[in-house]
Design a protein around this ligand. Structure first.
Ligand code: SAH
Ligand code: SF4
Ligand code: F3S
Length: 481
């Protein structure tokens, strides 16, 4: 090793980021790592890092508490290694601002969701001292986003890459903190997105997940092009579908009544766009939906689901539900249970309602549901989701799916010491099958023979000659096992 390399290594600093919350936060962390790499930082472990960052989520109190407990651990670490810098960013930082500096004396930097691209400057400032010789402590929170800067992105290794297409939310559902922590909707320019997608594919990723709080709003805030045409989510999907290469496109999250016929048709006709929609319903009861400020009722939600199912074969429709929204009665809650069953939702994320500061529902204190009741409703909700998932998986038996392999389990003793490939079908079902040859990132065909609650099992299928009747299921082919 040359002297020059040794000295560079000596100055190489390590950064550790812990990421809580949604994919948007994961994507932000990848951008932060990319930026810091230009300033001599490389990814390191928690116990060796010079710079520790927690990227936080405030969707529920529980997620916020996780961030605080991590800061406590890092505060103790700082006693032994006082030179380390500790930063907090993400939705809790945006919400709590400089109160965090007061609350956590060992914290060095608080930066908001709109300040990410200022991090290199902030870090430089942090290295200086105050006039009185004390250590600098900085809180940088903007109300509005600054234009993004061009930096490379250090994406987590794997086969899926997150690609934000827009940020923020204009919906102001009464329970939700996101519009306060992420600001109003802002779409990224279509050319920037396409360019980033090309890079992702060139780097070898096999799947791109487009991110936005409400992807169907994409383009509403963008100007029309030279031909007077406004960009829409459907256009963006169609453009991405035209990119060269063998890869998949997913997207999340869809707002029920904003999904256009164009989007449904684009998914139906595209080759790379996977057949799944994540459409949070939140409640199956009309009065509760109104109190949540959701702009649809049960009937309208059901119409959207049916329209998508009628057009797209083997489509998966997933949802989110909240148990125990303020004032929700037992009867109203039972409408949520019946909606999951009636609509045949394939899978749903669930949560007990958690009051969030500054949100309208968080102020309905006299209507709060007791923790015990919320817990009990959540348990029933989870049982229903489990049953729905099993039922949905059962429908896959006998079908052959194209699987993108994500993991290989060597010598899986539970399965008799065999090599198991695990991956996802286009419609986002987790599938396991024996395979001696499949590698991570391969596309293989699997004939499903068993449905469990959360995954499917099947046999690998030789694909010669394999005739695709549509993109999800495959007709001919010979089972290898
Ligand atoms: N943009 C998405 C969801 C973003 S937040 C949408 O439109 O639905 C992810 C999920 O967290 C929400 O769908 C909701 O089910 C849940 N959630 C948000 N605020 C919550 C709160 N205060 N308590 C419990 N769950 C909440
Ligand atoms: Fe929150 Fe509603 Fe916006 Fe989703 S649509 S992020 S639930 S305010
Ligand atoms: Fe959480 Fe913020 Fe995402 S509150 S869910 S990290 S947008």
């Amino acid at each position: 090793m040359s002297k020059e390399i040794i000295s560079m290594e000596k100055f190489q600093k390590k950064v550790y980021i812990e990421t809580l919350g949604c994919q948007m936060n994961k994507s932000d962390s990848e951008r932060i790592l990319g930026m810091l790499s230009h300033f001599g930082y490389e990814k390191g472990e928690e116990d060796e890092a010079d710079f520790l960052i927690i990227n936080t989520c405030s969707i529920r109190k529980l997620s916020e508490d996780k961030a605080y407990s991590k800061l406590g651990v890092w505060g103790k670490m700082k006693k032994d290694r006082p030179q380390i810098k500790i930063a907090i960013c993400g939705c809790v930082a945006q919400q709590e601002k400089d109160g965090l500096l007061k609350q956590f004396p060992y914290l060095d930097l608080v930066f908001g969701t709109h300040n990410i691209y200022e991090l290199p400057d902030l870090l430089q400032e942090l290295q200086k001292e105050n006039k009185d010789g004390s250590r600098k402590r900085i809180c940088a929170i903007r109300d509005k986003a600054v234009p993004e800067k061009e930096f490379n992105i250090i994406r987590s290794k794997g086969i899926n890459a997150w690609l934000p297409i827009m940020e923020g939310c204009n919906n102001f559902c009464t329970y939700c903190i996101v519009p306060y922590t992420r600001g109003r909707e802002r779409s990224r320019d279509i050319k920037t997105i396409l360019e980033e997608a090309r890079k992702i594919i060139a780097e070898g990723f096999k799947e791109i997940t487009l991110l936005g709080q409400n992807v169907d709003s994409y383009g509403k805030d963008l100007p029309a092009d030279e031909n007077g045409v406004k960009p829409t989510f459907a256009n963006l999907l169609a453009e991405l579908d035209k990119l060269e290469g063998k890869f998949r496109i997913r997207f999340t999250t869809s707002y029920p009544t904003d999904i256009t016929d164009d989007v449904i048709e684009t998914v139906q006709n595209a080759n790379k766009i996977c057949e799944c929609f994540h459409i949070p319903m939140q409640s199956g009861n009309d009065r509760v939906l109104k109190a949540m400020n959701r702009r649809y009722n049960r009937q309208q939600y059901s119409e959207i689901v049916n329209k998508i199912r009628n057009k797209i074969k083997d489509v998966t429709i997933t949802s989110d539900f909240i148990a125990g929204f303020p004032s929700e009665t037992e009867e109203e809650f039972s409408d949520t249970i019946s909606a999951i069953k009636e609509l045949g939702l394939d899978y749903s994320n669930t949560a007990a309602y958690s009051p969030r500061p500054n949100t309208p529902a968080g102020k309905m204190v006299d209507k709060f549901i007791s923790n015990d009741v919320k817990k009990e409703r959540l348990a029933r909700l989870n049982d229903t989701v489990k049953m729905a998932s099993k039922q949905s998986n059962t429908k896959a038996i006998g079908k052959t799916f194209e699987i993108l392999v994500e993991k290989i389990h060597e010598n899986d003793y539970k399965n008799g010491n065999v090599r198991i490939a695990e991956g996802r079908s286009r419609n986002n079902k987790v599938v396991h099958c024996k395979s001696n040859t499949a590698q991570v990132g391969d596309f293989i065909n699997v004939k499903i023979k068993e449905a469990l609650i959360w995954c499917l099992k099947g046999d690998e299928v030789v694909t010669n000659p394999c005739i695709k009747d549509n993109k999800n299921t495959i007709t001919a082919g010979k089972a290898t096992q």
